[in-house]
Design a protein around this ligand. Structure first.
Ligand SMILES: NC(=O)c1ccc[n+]([C@@H]2O[C@H](COP(=O)([O-])OP(=O)(O)OC[C@H]3O[C@@H](n4cnc5c(N)ncnc54)[C@H](OP(=O)(O)O)[C@@H]3O)[C@@H](O)[C@H]2O)c1
Length: 333
């Protein structure tokens, strides 16, 4: 396992982060604990959860698994979604965040969170209030670093500039959806990540399982994460497009050439991208974990990376293509 620092901080995290969204529902508790033990034994130290995953059960299971090894783990969690019936049980008010951290700490059986992330942009709470609260949480010792997830580039930049002006702790990382079948972040966020030296920890690096190659283009699946018609990111309409199957075909071709699996190739593509700090991989079973951990310890060739880039890159849109047209070197060669 290799390590890298998260954004501009000195916090060392493993090149893979373990996602825990299924823990307590699709992944039974025993298997989840076993998986976390294996991950730590394999050198992983970065674990991502959220207060809403399985109504708090994911945090509880993570808490049990890491209790005796708390100092080995970089523990990331999030807040924002509704956690109760009350009018303030959602969003980022000072009340919600202060109470939310205490509830997460209880479930996680710890007295600090390494990375506390804003789960998705909220238009109701002024960013000034949110960032002041996060700063107070860091000063209190309950939180060590802060980050955000599912924000637009301008929202992150606005947050960074408020933190800078007010001397609040800044976001050190961003957590968007990003994979070979979801490259929307290439349009704007990646240049912000480079410019501001933010940690970039993509969720759903396997496209919710699509890039494992277990789905068939000809038919709507009967099982697996994508076999549902609930609105959102995880359904056949969101992932099973003809374009995505073209991307998958190249992933499968490369996997066959080098004796790896499509999931390993899709994850390795992320590991090789300089902007990516650590993809957050989801493993429902130990068997999936064993396959996915095989994504580390080797590298795709430049030629294979190029084939993956070509098939998955999004067409250039305005204003990116306009700006690129006028890019100019200072000295002509
Ligand atoms: N910030 C956010 O808004 C946000 C949103 C979503 C997730 N996340 C975080 O990101 C983590 C990962 O997200 P994700 O679960 O969508 O990631 P993913 O890694 O793209 O998909 C994981 C799912 O794919 C299937 N899968 C994984 N490995 C497989 C293998 N080797 N063979 C066959 N199927 C395999 C499993 O589902 P099935 O077996 O059921 O098909 C598994 O649950 C989450 O746990 C969470 O920590 C964050």
């Amino acid at each position: 396992m290799r390590y890298t620092t998260l954004g501009k901080s000195g916090l060392a995290v493993s090149e893979l982060c373990l996602g825990t969204m299924t823990f307590g529902r699709a992944t039974p508790e025993d298997e989840a604990i076993h998986m976390m033990d294996r991950f730590l034994a394999d050198g992983g130290n970065f674990i991502d959860t959220a207060d809403v995953y399985v109504d708090g059960t994911s945090e509880e299971i993570v808490g049990k698994a890491i209790k005796e090894k708390r100092d080995q783990v970089v523990l990331a969690t999030k807040a924002r979604m509704r956690t109760g019936e009350g009018v303030n049980d959602v969003g980022y008010s000072r009340k919600r965040l202060m109470d939310g951290v205490d509830q997460s700490l209880r479930r996680l059986q710890t007295d600090y969170i390494d990375l506390y992330q804003l789960h998705v942009w909220d238009h109701l709470t002024p960013l000034e209030e949110v960032l002041r609260t996060l700063d107070d949480l860091v000063r209190s010792g309950k939180v060590r670093y802060v980050g955000c997830s599912n924000f637009l580039a301008w929202q992150i930049m606005k947050g960074l500039s408020i933190s800078d002006r007010r001397h609040y702790v800044p976001f050190i990382s961003v957590q968007p959806q990003y994979s070979l079948v979801h490259r929307e972040m290439d349009r704007e966020l990646l240049s912000l990540v480079k410019e501001e030296e933010l940690g970039f920890i993509p969720w759903a690096p396997l496209g919710g399982g699509f890039l494992t190659g277990k789905y068939n283009a000809a038919e709507r699946p009967m099982e697996g994460r994508l076999a549902n018609d609930k609105p959102g990111e995880y359904n056949w309409e969101a992932k099973g497009s003809a374009r995505n199957f073209e991307i998958l075909a190249v992933v499968e071709e490369i996997a066959a050439e080098i004796g790896k699996t499509p999931a390993q190739v899709a994850l390795n593509w992320q590991l090789a991208k300089p902007e990516v700090t650590a993809p957050i991989v989801g493993c429902r079973t130990l068997e999936q974990y064993d396959e996915n951990i095989g994504a580390i310890g080797w590298r795709l060739s430049e030629e294979q990376m190029e084939r993956l880039e070509q098939v998955s890159a999004l067409p250039k849109e305005y204003p990116n293509r306009f700006i690129e047209r006028f890019w100019r070197p200072l000295n002509e060669e």
